[in-house]
Design a protein around this ligand. Structure first.
Ligand code: DGP
Length: 111
């Protein structure tokens, strides 16, 4: 989608620090990491948010989250999976994404 930041990352127009890619999903490091490991997992197809996405896409993203968490060793220590949605969710990029945060104790509320 034109003017969508994450679509431009998918197309390669904007560079990213990729950690995983296949025909459906891209995972890359967040530009403003909130934890030692902060990965964004996005579908290549544009969905504004999880409200618009089909369960197959969301389920496939989940399977990639688990795969990456294992590869990064976060299955041992644990991690936080966040899907900010809409205004109150403070979603800033309107392209569905899952935040994988780990490598430190994820205190709540975030700080
Ligand atoms: P959210 O607030 O849930 O919409 O998170 C959007 C995230 O996207 C935020 O943590 C920062 C990240 N981000 C924004 N622009 C870029 C970018 O150009 N590159 C990368 N790697 N991450 C970005």
């Amino acid at each position: 989608m034109e003017n969508c930041l994450f679509c431009r990352i998918v197309s390669g127009e904007i560079p990213s620090n990729k950690v995983y890619e296949d025909d459906k999903v891209l995972a890359f490091r967040d530009i403003s990491p909130q934890a030692p490991e902060h990965i964004l997992v996005i579908p290549k197809q544009h969905f504004d948010s999880i409200l618009d996405a089909d369960p197959q896409t969301v389920g496939y993203m989940q399977s990639i989250v688990v795969k990456l968490a294992r590869e990064l060793g976060l299955d041992e220590s644990g991690f936080r999976l966040v899907v900010n949605t809409g205004f109150d969710g403070m979603q800033s990029v309107m392209h569905l994404h899952m935040h994988v945060l780990g490598g430190r104790l994820m205190l709540w509320p975030p700080g």
